[in-house]
Design a protein around this ligand. Structure first.
Ligand code: IPE
Ligand code: IPE
Ligand code: MG
Length: 226
């Protein structure tokens, strides 16, 4: 995939786990579990497609508003996901990055995440996971640091975002038919292409990611020029 127009960095708002479960008369927790399987598939697909960076929105800073039971299901899923996938990530040379204030999670999760960050740090391709992430908070934080440096300009703010060392965002996908950003990568989306798909996240697979990248290739990016 050495096509010049091929995306380097794709981000996904993984939405629709609850509706997937509801459609089948299953508890939301099962929707999240199937969502975890979709994550596994899509990380592999990103590798097959040669993407440099895949960023996944897994837990927003607003998702704390959900019921305690659902939050606890999501946390359990996160624990199991790291345990089940870390070895594979190291072998496949995937570098984990976390964007968001993950230190607000339970101490054992923070420990597992930091261990995974350390063990994958030499990986060649990046999987960035947004955990307790909110774009407005990210921008406010970056602006504060820029102010301390004495230059509140877009270059300095960009440098203080979580994504500073990631390739520029090319394509932002949201599943489940909702057409909004829900506080995700607001700054980074300035010139990203966007794709809103009806597929629910647990049904998303390699073909969906490939098709999305093919659609991206047909888009004409202008960046304000002609
Ligand atoms: C996305 O699925 C997963 C998270 C936000 C953690 P949802 O749980 O938002 O599913 P819907 O939107 O209720 O279908
Ligand atoms: C966005 O989905 C957050 C994640 C996918 C992690 P939500 O389901 O939380 O977004 P809203 O509430 O529909 O905007
Ligand atoms: Mg949702």
């Amino acid at each position: 995939m050495s096509d010049n127009n091929y995306p380097r960095h794709v981000a996904i708002i993984m939405d629709g786990n609850g509706r997937w479960a509801k459609k089948r008369g299953l508890p939301r927790a099962l929707g999240h579990r199937q969502g975890g399987e979709a994550v596994r598939r899509v990380v592999k697909a990103a590798e097959n497609l040669g993407l440099e960076c895949l960023t996944l929105y897994a837990f927003s800073s607003e998702n704390w508003k959900r019921e305690e039971e659902e939050i606890s299901d999501l946390m359990g899923l996160m624990r199991r996901f790291i345990e089940a996938n870390l070895k594979d990530m190291i072998e496949r040379r995937v570098r984990l990055r976390i964007i968001g204030d993950y230190k607000a999670f339970a101490p054992d999760i923070v420990e597992k995440l930091e261990d995974a960050l350390e063990q994958t740090k030499h990986g060649q391709r990046t999987l960035a996971v947004a955990l307790n992430y909110g774009a407005q908070q990210e921008i406010a934080h970056a602006a504060r640091l820029a102010a301390e440096e004495g230059s509140i300009d877009s270059e300095t703010i960009s440098r203080h975002l979580y994504t500073t060392d990631l390739p520029p965002l090319d394509l932002l996908i949201r599943t489940s038919g909702e057409v909004r950003l829900s506080n995700f990568l607001l700054w980074q989306s300035a010139y990203a292409e966007m794709l809103f798909l009806d597929v629910l996240w647990p049904d998303f697979g390699e073909d969906d990611l490939r098709q999305a990248c093919e659609i991206f290739v047909t888009r004409e990016r202008r960046y304000g020029g002609r």
